[in-house]
Ligand binder design. Structure first.
Ligand code: C5P
Length: 410
């Protein structure tokens, strides 16, 4: 695969050298384009040595008869020759120029002429990253189909702590992989999903819930829709925007979630139950707010319906995928739940590790199937983990179809 790596003028420009290596390791033939500011941070020679190709440093810099890239419409030629444009670090200035179609140097002109996939890896000071102008520019670019690798949090070159660090080159290269692999392998499927926590009322103002953010389920819903599936997402209360192209049904309690799942069961071909459903609820919620007293308060809790187990009994030939959030014995627990709830696949994740699982943007999971196969995914962005889970679901679907075809000759 031929890729252009656009290097912007940020302190993280030096990390782009490692990214060249990571992309090459994955079989990409890399052409580097540097902005003028980037050349203040790193010498073009570094990239020329790594790629064995002349680095493009300006709109009018390529002269000389022997220069293969030289031509008055060179940016068009580079745009046509490459399938992928990765920009790392993508500075606030580059994002603004891309968003508004300014084309005053080679990289911005190339972006406008480019018709292939674009991956942006922003890196900047955290205040610049959080500025509404940067947010708005990124949103425009996302809407236009650019993939964005979110920056990491940590110490920034300016001496502050926050979001804005260029992610690890391997993570950027991993996103490139998934973008390039992008396929429509779930076309024709209707995926019924649940995500987020549920809230079980104790009285009119209080509830029991859990720390699920819904991020994993929303990432799967979004990725599945992008891969061609119709997605019905039944979501507990979360503070996330509805994924594009997904039908969202909002619920609050386990009972409501069960009801919504049953209503959409018939039309579904795959069911993915990411939700962290409350295991207990108060059957008789008082009409009035519980009064504070100086004595101990005991709550009587009843088990909620286990939606996954119920669907397992009546799923027919639908694929059923459960999740298990565990704090210990992950694989054993996941296997036990897969069998007892009659799932075709179960995704287990440990939720007691810092920076992974509940509330976090990253995850690390074990995907296990009934055939006994175990696939490890992460630690990586939930979007990336979502793609790996869907890869396994698509593979399982294909293998079951193949068995069907063998079993039922025409
Ligand atoms: O048994 P446990 O709650 O750990 O199982 C987790 C899996 O079961 C998840 O897929 C979750 O969505 C599902 N579940 C459910 N209904 C419940 C509890 C869990 O569907 N009441």
């Amino acid at each position: 695969m031929r890729a252009v790596l656009g290097v912007g003028g940020g302190i993280a420009a030096y990390k782009a050298a490692e990214l060249v290596r990571a992309l090459q390791k994955r079989g990409h033939d890399v052409q580097v384009v540097m902005t003028r500011a980037a050349q203040e941070f790193v010498q073009p020679l570094t990239f020329a040595a790594l790629t064995g190709r002349k680095v493009v440093t300006g709109l009018f810099s390529q002269t000389g008869a022997e220069d293969t890239l030289s031509s008055a419409v060179e940016h068009i030629a580079v745009a046509q020759e490459n399938d992928l444009l990765v920009v790392a670090p993508a500075t606030a200035d580059l994002l603004a120029k891309f968003a508004y179609g300014l084309a005053d140097d080679f990289l911005t002109t190339l972006y406008l002429a480019f018709t292939g996939k674009v991956v942006l890896a922003p890196a900047m000071n955290n205040a610049m990253w959080e500025h509404p102008a940067t947010r708005a520019n990124l949103e425009i670019l996302r809407q236009r189909g650019c993939s964005v690798v979110e920056p990491d949090e940590g110490w920034l070159a300016c001496g502050t702590i926050g979001a804005g660090r260029l992610p690890d080159p391997e993570r950027i290269a991993g996103t490139v992989d998934s973008v390039m692999r992008h396929k429509k392998d779930l076309t024709g499927e209707t995926i019924l999903m649940t995500a987020g926590p549920t809230q079980e009322a104790l009285d009119p103002v209080r509830y029991i819930s859990n720390r699920s953010s819904g991020k994993m389920g929303y990432a799967i819903a979004q990725a599945a829709a992008e891969r061609g599936a119709r997605v019905v997402l039944i979501s507990g209360p979360v503070s996330l925007a509805a994924p594009l192209g997904v039908e969202l049904v909002s619920v609050r309690t386990a009972q409501e979630m069960r009801q919504a799942v049953l209503e959409h069961l018939e039309e579904s071909t795959i069911i993915i139950k990411t939700a962290a459903v409350a295991d207990y609820y108060v059957a008789h919620v008082p009409q009035q707010k519980l009064k504070k007293t100086a004595t101990r308060l005991s709550l009587e809790l009843d088990p909620t319906p286990d939606i996954l187990a119920e669907i397992g009994q009546r799923k027919g030939d639908r694929l059923l995928i459960g999740f298990a959030a565990e704090t210990e014995n992950l694989l054993e627990e996941a296997r036990r739940k897969m069998i007892s709830k009659r799932c075709d696949m179960l995704v287990g994740n440990l939720v007691n590790r810092d920076g992974l699982g509940f509330e976090s943007d990253q995850n690390e999971v074990e995907i296990i199937t009934r055939s006994g196969q175990t696939v490890h995914a992460g630690p990586s962005e939930k979007k990336e983990v979502a793609e790996r889970i869907l890869d396994q679901i698509a593979t399982l679907r294909l293998s079951l179809r193949a068995v069907d075809t063998v079993d039922t000759p025409a």
